[in-house]
Design a protein around this ligand. Structure first.
Ligand code: HEM
Length: 412
């Protein structure tokens, strides 16, 4: 059955212009479809994606080539006891009291960004963003907040945030390089070398004089009597810097894309802030920033009647599963009031939807992302209650592995 339906290859112009249209056909007619452009099988229904995340034969070995060259051997590649122990080093910072302690940092950074958001004078002096300004909301806000928060958690210099942004953009492009573009590949590798040259002396210094930041936690941790090498600390730091910035950044853009394209929706959320959380979680369901997770099969597996041999590369397509009409009513509609979905649970790896993955590798930082998004969206609505899209501007989503608007011109 696989390969029999007429859909454009995912990486073709038509496929990447509207992958949701491709997934709609696949869910109905070919739920385990071989896509020639990514040389992988696309698993597109909610129940099959969930079963994939639960099945140990779906390994994350793909990250050996997809991520290790730029991150080193990160949590995403580890398994069993080693994974659990290393994940436990950082996870207390992302839940409960550990997480709450970062709320003032998020608020402080939101204010700092909004107050110093724009170079209005010829001297380039920074002035607050003001109602009526025409700006790219991504450039002035979304690209800045998540990186500033994770930079504070790692206690890295605020003035280097632009540099981190440059490095993580190149690394994420490497990870998203499904078309295997050699320039993107080389640029990602070079970014890692630059970042690690920057980080290594900092790691060494934190071993000698540890503080309460995340790099110090990693640098001084002992697991069964052994500490992490400089390289391992750099790996986990690189992962946090990337994972902590990129996806939250993209989600800000997508939330405002949904709200600003429908004035009524924007006004509803602006005037009833209990709708901010549903707006964020519905954005993550309908348009998740990370649209698919790859896996490599460690044995033959049957999915929806299709035999997949050991060694197959598959994609668990969260962007499709999250719109599965078998799981959600009116599944492709952005609906702040849907009854078939618990918005609070969406951030706890419960499998309601898969924007944060599921199972042992489910996102560590989901609750931090929730806090950043709630605080950031509320602050923007408070300061700019009449925000609108710039005249004539229609924000388009771009990307297949990661997907979000790349520009969001608004009048504040
Ligand atoms: C809206 C924002 C975010 C989204 C949509 C997101 C999405 C994801 C997804 C889908 C995975 C699973 C990947 C897989 O199974 O292959 C993941 C893992 C991960 N995320 Fe996030 N993420 C977000 C924010 C964050 C933040 C803020 C942090 C930390 C500061 C973070 C840290 C991580 C880490 C460390 C992992 C690996 C966990 C493991 O392998 O055990 N993420 N994320």
């Amino acid at each position: 059955m696989t390969g029999t339906v007429a859909v454009p290859p995912l990486l073709s112009e038509a496929g990447s212009a509207d992958p949701y249209a491709v997934y709609r056909v696949l869910r109905a007619e070919d739920p385990v479809h071989h896509d020639p452009s990514t040389k992988s099988h696309l698993i597109t229904r909610h129940a099959d994606v969930l079963a994939g995340y639960r099945n140990k034969a779906f390994t994350s070995k793909n990250y050996e080539w997809q991520l290790e060259p730029v991150f080193g051997r990160s949590l995403l590649q580890l398994e069993g006891r080693e994974h659990a122990r290393k994940r436990a080093l950082v996870s207390p910072n992302f839940r409960g009291h550990g997480l709450d302690s970062w709320t003032p940092v998020i608020r402080r950074n939101v204010t700092r960004i909004l107050d110093g958001g724009i170079a209005r004078t010829v001297e380039g002096l920074l002035e607050p963003l003001a109602p009526g300004d025409e700006v790219d909301l991504l450039e002035v806000f979304a690209h800045k907040l998540p990186v500033s928060v994770i930079t504070a958690m790692l206690e890295l210099p605020t003035e280097d945030e632009e540099m981190f942004l440059g490095w993580y953009n190149r690394m994420i492009a490497f990870l998203a390089n499904l078309a295997q573009d050699p320039e993107v590949h080389a640029s990602g590798i070079a970014a890692r070398a630059e970042l690690w040259e920057y980080l290594t002396p900092i790691v060494q210094e934190r071993r000698r004089h540890p503080g309460s930041d995340l790099i110090s936690t990693l640098a001084t941790a002992e697991i069964e009597g052994e500490s992490l090498s400089d390289e391992e600390v750099a790996t986990h730091t690189t992962q946090l810097l990337n994972a902590g910035s990129e996806t939250t950044d993209k989600t800000f853009g997508s939330v405002f894309r949904h709200l600003l394209r429908d004035r009524e929706l924007f006004e509803q959320v602006r005037d009833d802030r209990s709708l901010v959380l549903p707006a964020i979680s519905e954005t993550l369901r309908v348009t998740p920033p990370s649209q698919m997770n790859a896996r490599v099969l460690s044995q033959d597996v049957e999915v929806a009647g299709v035999e997949l041999p050991e060694g197959s590369l598959v994609h668990l397509v969260m962007a499709s599963a999250n719109r599965d009409e078998r799981r959600f009513s009116d599944s492709e509609t952005f609906d702040l009031h849907r009854k078939d979905f618990n918005h609070e649970k969406a951030f706890s790896g419960s499998g309601e939807h898969f924007a944060f993955g599921f199972g042992i590798h489910a996102c560590v930082g989901a609750m931090l992302a929730k806090n950043e998004l709630e605080i950031g969206v509320n602050a923007l609505l408070d300061r700019f209650p009449d925000m609108d899209l710039a005249p004539g501007f229609d924000p388009v989503e771009v990307g297949v592995k990661f997907r979000a608007p790349v520009e969001l011109k608004v009048v504040l």
